[in-house]
Design a protein around this ligand. Structure first.
Ligand SMILES: [Zn+2]
Length: 59
């Protein structure tokens, strides 16, 4: 399980799930979180966020 609350932070802005709704995503087989504010970034600026996806900085 990947339900560790310590990992529930937006990969882009590091917002925790107590501050913003987080959406669970997957990239390269890894579960990651993105907050609702950063969701448009993920959709429209994929190249910009891709570095963070690939470094797996999903704290
Ligand atoms: Zn965010």
């Amino acid at each position: 399980m990947n339900e560790n609350p310590a990992n529930s932070r937006c990969l882009n802005c590091d917002t925790s799930d107590s501050e913003m709704p987080l959406i669970s995503i997957r990239y390269s087989g890894r579960p990651l979180w993105v907050c609702s504010k950063c969701m448009p970034v993920l959709i429209h600026e994929t190249d910009q966020i891709k570095t963070k996806l690939e470094t797996g900085d999903a704290r």
